[in-house]
Design a protein around this ligand. Structure first.
Ligand SMILES: [Fe+2]
Length: 265
């Protein structure tokens, strides 16, 4: 037996084992190659073809999965938009509020270094944060005073938990549901509905609280004229860190400076 042939066969097999599927093996399948080198080389060649076909199928499946994921993502966004629009249709006095809070929340999340998925979760929760209000009686959507009577306040404070309940079945929302539940908590534990404190409040909810607070102060409502952005930011800074997360407030301030909404500091 020609030892160089066997050495060549071994070298090719080692290359294949290392993932290099070159066609060198074919040189050992010709009629001039003695047995058993030729038989081994032919078997090896067949195996390589099968492995390559399998790899190709796997790649196709991965691509299919990627497309399915993208479809789910798009459906999520559409579902969330439909829900947010349903609330907006009832609450005409806060037009655009959910969309702005959603967008700002996502941008704050990104600025704080959250990855794409986490950022999207925060943006989605921002969009849906007040969805629990959809169950409010009509009179709560009518023009009213800034200071509500206690029985109305009691009703209003239920909306984060109602929101979380409404979103319960939507598994794809993941933690976003919890952010909705916690968006009125305060760092000092004096928020609602569960009086969570500091780090016990998920970051996503702390982010939304900042964007929500800013939008509530700067927009015109039946009972208030929106205040200038700089004044609202000064109030947010004052409320941190007792009520709000300072890092979130400062990240938001930088975003508004970038947008030219606030002067550069
Ligand atoms: Fe709210």
């Amino acid at each position: 037996m020609d030892h160089t042939l066997i050495e060549k066969l071994l070298a090719v097999i080692q290359n294949v084992a290392a993932g290099d599927y070159s066609n060198e093996i074919m040189e050992l399948t010709g009629p001039g190659v003695p047995e058993p080198v030729r038989t081994i080389a032919e078997a090896m060649g067949l195996m390589m073809v099968k492995v390559e076909a399998r790899e190709y199928r796997l790649e196709m499946m991965v691509e299919e999965l990627r497309q399915l994921n993208e479809k789910i993502r798009q459906t999520t966004i559409n579902t969330v938009s439909a829900m947010a629009n349903a609330l907006a249709a009832r609450d005409v006095y806060t037009e655009g509020h959910a969309a702005r809070v959603g967008e700002w929340s996502g941008r704050i999340a990104r600025a704080l270094g959250l990855d794409e998925k986490a950022t999207e979760r925060v943006a989605v929760a921002g969009r849906l944060h007040d969805i629990g209000k959809i169950g409010f009686p009509d009179r709560l959507f009518q023009p009213h005073e800034a200071q509500n009577p206690p029985e109305i306040i009691k009703e209003i404070t239920k909306h984060p938990a109602t929101g979380a309940t409404i979103l319960q079945e939507l598994d794809f929302l993941g933690e976003a549901r919890e952010y909705v539940h916690c968006h009125h908590e305060r760092l000092d534990g004096r928020g609602y509905p569960r009086r969570l404190r500091a780090e016990d409040i998920p970051l996503g909810a702390r982010i939304i609280a900042v964007a929500d607070g800013f939008d509530a102060m700067t927009t015109n409502r039946p009972y208030q004229k929106g205040m200038p952005p700089a004044q609202a930011m000064a109030i947010l800074r004052k409320q941190a860190p007792v009520k709000l997360d300072s890092d979130c407030v400062e990240a938001f301030a930088r975003i508004l400076e970038e947008d030219g909404v606030l002067p550069d500091s």
